[in-house]
Structure formats: C-alpha cells, structure tokens
Design a protein around this ligand. Sequence first.
Ligand code: NAP
Length: 281
Amino acid sequence: MITGSTRLAGVIGHPVRHSLSPALHNAGFASSGADWVYAAFEVAPGEARSALDAMLALGIGGLSVTMPHKDAVAGLVDELEPAAAALRSANTVTLTADGRLVGASTDGEGFVGSLAADGIEVAGASVAVLGAGGAARSVIDAVARAGAATVVVLNRTSQRAEQAVALAPNVARVGTEADLAGVHIVVNATSIGMGAPPEATAEVPFDPAVLGPEHLVVDIVYHPLRTPLLVAAEARGARCIDGLGMLVHQAVGQQVRWTGLVPDAAAMRAAAERELAARHQ
Ligand code: NAP
C-alpha cells in the first residue's frame, strides 16, 4: 500500500517505456519489505541535470540511469563510487540522508554477483570479453577488480578494444578468436543476438566450434533469453548463463544502496521473466 511515508525510486532514460526495471524493482521491494515504489521517467537527451534537480526537490531516494544519460550523470553527481569513476559512467544515483547525490555503476558487480550466485568464482579465472561498449567496459572493470587472472578483449572496432583494455592494464589485453579456446569464461557483451522475432537474427559473435565442455559461456543479451550463441554453446557441451542474472544482480546492488535491505534475487528474476513472457504473447 502506498502511504505518506512511501519512498520513490525510478529509472530515467529515453526511450524508457520498454524497461524491465519497474517489474524487477517493485518485486524486489515487495520481497525485502521496503516501503518503496519504483516508476519509469521518460527524460529527454540533455535533461539529466533537470532530473537530478527533481530528485533533490522531491526527495526521490534512488534513480536507475539508462541510455542516453549514464555518462552525463557521472559528471553531475556530488561523488562517484570507484567503478563509476573508472568508467566515467553511472547507472545508479543514491540520495543520501544529508542530501548528497552519489553515483555508482552496478552493471559489472551485477555480472560478477550473478556468477557467484551460480557458484562460479571469477578470481583466478581467464576471461574473454566480446565487445567494448558500455556493458563490456563494466564487465572488464569488474572481473579485473574480482581478481580474474587474464582478460582478453575482442571487438569489431580495435581502437575501442584498446581503450577498454586500459581499464585493467595489469590483466587485460586485446585478443583474437584464436584466444577463445584457451579461456575459462567467454562473455558476449556485444549486442549481437539481441532482438525477438521478426527482427531476430541467427548471428553469433564468433564461431562456436571453438567451444567445449570446459567453457562457461555468458551472454549478457537478455532479449531473447536463449540467444543463438547460447543455443550453439549448449550444443557444444559448454555451461551457459543468460543475461537476466546480470540484470537482476545489478538491480539488487541498487536496492541495497537505496534501502539498506537485500531483496530476493529469485523473486526479481521471476517478475522479469513474467514481464518478458507477457511481451512475447
Ligand atoms: P554499446 O555501448 O552500443 O556497445 C555495443 C557493442 O557491440 C560494441 O562493442 C560494438 O562493437 C558491438 N557490436 C554491435 N553490433 C555488432 C556487429 N554487428 N558486429 C560486431 N560487433 C558489434 O551497447 P552496450 O550498452 O554495451 O550493450 C551491449 C548489449 O548488452 C546489449 O544487447 C544490451 O542489451 C546488453 N546489456 C545487458 C545488460 C544486463 O544486465 N544483462 C546490461 C547492459 C547491457 P563496435 O565497438 O565495433 O561498435
């Protein structure tokens, strides 16, 4: 029940009406007993400052930030957590009790957290990341912070791969498809495979013939959940993890920051799956 003491959180983005975040977060608040509600706010490009001013004026306790505002928000908050500072990008804003805005980037910790929830340890592992966009950079930064032994980055545009590698110079290097056979964890962080019928393609980001039972393949694309890469990797005997785990766990990290309470990741995943299934009917 919404009362006079209910706190408000939401997502800002453009476009944002398709976002899974309201379903995810409201299920999370219900699971932890937090007296919070979560809404979606359509915020036009260039209007991030106005959204943060509204947050302060209305006492909105937390915001998720999505395209195209992540980089702008990182430059506008009072303080950045370390991952957000390294990435110069924030997907989370928290209003503190003393009225300050703190920016965080929870995508990478969500990636590592989702693997940990499945019993997979990143520390000491060799990881290959396909892609060098915003999501890939979060993953590269987080697996390096979590103690990955090596991180090989493959990207269509080599200059962006070199920039991404600079996030973790001690363990990361630019690689090629020849590196994939020798790593433990292969992560698709490109947008290849994204899209439901009729726009879906059978495209995969690399030749799955290099995969075998020794590989763990994570596709961070979650629309559809079973991407062409995961279908092919499963056929090769690889262990597979879909992109919803990262989405859920980055949202868990946001709620912990906003409410101090830990929501139930399984309840949040179930809500997101129901929402995705409803859209495909
Ligand atoms: P982005 O910044 O636009 O980066 C896109 C990446 O995909 C770039 O590395 C790009 O390579 C590569 N790419 C795109 N089309 C390609 C093609 N045809 N061939 C080869 N490479 C191609 O996007 P993003 O924000 O990083 O998101 C990437 C994907 O991750 C999206 O599907 C998004 O939905 C998903 N995602 C999932 C989560 C989650 O929680 N599971 C979180 C964030 C994002 P170039 O550099 O050469 O252009």
